[in-house]
Write a protein that binds this ligand. Sequence first.
Ligand SMILES: *Cc1c(COP(=O)(O)O)cnc(C)c1O
Length: 425
Amino acid sequence: MVADFHEITLPAAIKNGLIGPEIPLAGFIDTRGVAATIGDLHAAFPPHFEHMFAAKANTMKNALELVRECGMGCEVASPGELEQALRAGFEPSRVVFDEPAKTPAVLRKVLQLGAALNIDNFQEFDRVAGLVSEMQSASDIGFRINPQVGTGRIGAMSTATLSSKFGVALDDDGNREQIVECYVRNPWLTTLHTHVGSQGCSLELMATGVRKVTDLALQINAEAGNRQVRVIDIGGGLAVNFDSAEVKPTFADYARILRDEVPELFTGDFRVKTEFGRSVIAKNGFIASRVEYTKVSGGRHIAITHAGAQVATRTVFMPDAWKLRVSVHNPSGQARQGNMVVQDIAGPLCFAGDMVAKARELPLIEPGDHVVLHDTGGYYFSNPFLYNALPAPAVYGVDVAEDGNARFSQWRQVQSMDDMLAAIG
Ligand SMILES: *Cc1c(COP(=O)(O)O)cnc(C)c1O
């Protein structure tokens, strides 16, 4: 991530007409930043770790192509994400399929392709066993385990609670025994998967979940009498710091804790897969909106912008959990300084809660200024919201050269009126 990526990109985008009075909203991804972040990821873990990008964080084809070129595989959670990953050029063997509600047709397709398959529950296992008995498949196959280690800071993001909807609950009565027996009877089960949660889970909580699943792998292999479980997929979930530009925790921080808590992953005895999404791309992107109007209501300064729930859905509906850094820029894109005033930043939608920031002390905003929503490279462009029939904005990949020259490539056009209305039905 270039620390001043937005300071270079926003003025250049305005100058190039990518954002202006008739195109008031756009998104930008720092392509060199993504490559550098993936470089940090590779450096933090030994070479036998295989890193899969969680496609739901940013499902754009160019984003997937970029992470593939940087050496990542891809984790997908629906037939649409699977198709996009294949179109982005991933070899099926470099894809992990994790959908919670897989239909029979999807299971067959995944097995035919040879993508890795994480089974969510015992009913799904029966379906997969039926398919495996009648076809050849190169897929790595195994169960998703819920290690039931508890809740992180955000309940809706915590996947390893006692009663989570994901995976087989390891400590529920009889489940451990049933899992072990399943593996011993079915030598084609060669993997174990867990994903403790996304954002708000501590490194210790995640490492505890990985420890429990690694213990399960060791137990299965002991009872099977061979190294049947060869792959441990530890999921993603490294939290992103939305409070400042600093990257913390880092991949190296997580690797250090895992090395202490689960040294078996670092010996090369297991193939290890990871599935990071947010920590790869969130800090490498931003959303910029022109300010249409400003007003004072009940003594509160309010800036009315074009960035609301249609691009920042989680932030608008869960403002405490998904608070974003906001900065204010003048009409040509330079950061405004001083004249600090408490202000609300409103979106364009017709409901009162459509606010991307409330009561923030920021330089006084004027019409024609721009606001930047930072750290929105992940889970913002992939979270559209159809209410009020607003088009999805254009998104650009931006290559900022050493000399500060920004080259833009369009990853997504502004949704046309026809496409937008067709999506609404
Ligand atoms: C969402 C998800 C991920 C990615 O989580 P991040 O917090 O973006 O790293 C990985 N694996 C699974 C199974 C997921 O559901």
